[in-house]
Design a protein around this ligand. Structure first.
Ligand SMILES: Cc1ncc(COP(=O)(O)O)c(C=O)c1O
Length: 378
């Protein structure tokens, strides 16, 4: 590193250094030399973990070009970092962030930090909302990155036709027009919604137009959105017992009162549900392939469920998460297709038919009108 430090360079605006993905604010201020401000911001990035131990800092020539500075200025900042123990030069191989920092005691490494919600102390206002506390209690981890034997809910990643997918992706990106690169409508890309509606009409007999389809990042987000728009805290929701944990999380986070309803050989037991809670606001079912028991809801049970929902004004969420898969024959049409009262919200996902990592799902709304919401009478 050269020894000379360049100071007082007349410098510019705010930058994000693209090669290094580090943002710097080098607006002129109290007359501090530019190299010192660059040094201070790099040091802060190192101490806060934005740049990790062992990371190679951008080459001084590259960073200087990106920030519009002289190379000497960058070298001076690096030299000071090295002198103070935050970085070290490896011969001609570049400058690296030190693995042990002078402040290590003051800034515990990431793994030593806790995810615990800060102590709220007696009488102090809670940091998290009631909903946030519910969510925090559920944890953020979940899902398995690689399939394990007999796992029920992930496709076979090793047989995904990756080559064809890559080819199709490349072909479609070549056709992208600039006006397709901006923000999409909140409900999703209209042509995609139209194709999904066509497909669901053809394969699941769904009563839905493209404008009824709302794209999400998967069933979990669909459930979360539905819980937020349909449920008020304390309202009763029938959930299948045993059932899908993701549903319980979404509805509990919305403050709903979960009513577990047993599943028998014909699917969710409406009779038992009615005994446990006669006035549910919402009923959640997986009729094509009950999760996790695998039962298909019988036609008689479907009719009973829809009649009950209609009689008490309940809404139904149908999670059709994997009806694309069957050993033989065809599956029954979706419950939503039998629903003439507009009470069923249909959830679809591409997590099984494509890949969970794509994060793609949708829900189809029904246009609810007052006509569909009679006064409950049970
Ligand atoms: C019952 C059920 N619904 C939905 C899903 C898929 O959820 P997502 O679309 O969020 O991946 C799963 C995944 O295992 C599931 O078991």
């Amino acid at each position: 590193m050269p020894e000379q430090l360049s100071c007082g360079e007349a410098v510019p605006r705010q930058y994000a250094a693209s090669g290094s993905l580090l943002a710097f604010n080098l607006e002129p201020d109290s007359g501090q030399p530019v190299y010192a401000r660059l040094y201070a911001q790099l040091r802060e990035a190192i101490l806060t973990g934005r740049v990790e131990a062992g990371t190679r800092l951008p080459a001084s020539r590259v960073l200087a070009a990106e920030l519009g500075l002289s190379r000497n200025t960058v070298v001076a900042a690096y030299t000071r970092l090295a002198d103070e123990g935050y970085a070290h030069a490896r011969g001609g191989a570049g400058v690296y962030v030190a693995s042990v920092l002078p402040e290590d005691a003051a800034f515990p490494p990431l793994e030593a930090r806790t995810d615990a919600v800060p102590d709220e102390g007696a009488g102090a206002p809670p940091v998290l909302s009631a909903r946030g506390r519910q969510l925090a209690a559920m944890g953020l981890e979940g899902g398995s990155a690689s399939p394990v034997p007999f796992v029920a809910d992930v496709p076979a990643f090793d047989v995904f036709p990756l080559d064809s997918w890559v080819r199709l992706m490349a072909r479609s990106w070549r056709q992208v027009q600039p006006d397709m690169l901006g923000y999409a409508p909140a409900a999703g890309h209209a042509p995609l919604r139209e194709v999904i509606a066509q497909n669901l009409r053809a394969t699941r007999f769904l009563r839905a137009a493209g404008s009824d389809v709302i794209m999400t990042s998967g069933s979990q987000q669909s459930l979360d959105l539905l819980a937020r728009v349909l449920l008020d805290p304390g309202e009763a929701v029938w959930v299948e017992e045993p059932g899908y944990g993701g549903t319980r999380s979404a509805f509990s986070a919305a403050g709903a009162r979960l009513v577990p309803v047993p599943v028998d050989a014909e699917g969710l037991s409406v009779e038992e549900g009615r005994r446990r809670e006669p006035l549910p606001k919402l009923i959640f079912v997986t009729p094509s392939h009950q999760y996790p028991l695998g039962v298909t809801m019988s036609m008689a049970r479907r009719v009973e469920l829809l009649a009950f929902a209609q009689s008490c004004g309940a809404l139904v969420v149908e999670d059709d998460y994997d009806s694309e898969f069957r050993y033989a024959g065809t599956t029954l049409p979706a419950l939503q297709s039998m629903d003439s009262a507009g009470r069923v919200f249909y959830l679809g996902t591409f997590s099984k038919s494509l890949l969970p990592r794509f994060g793609l799902g949708c829900w189809c709304r029904h246009r609810l009108t007052r006509r569909h919401l009679p006064t409950p009478k049970v």
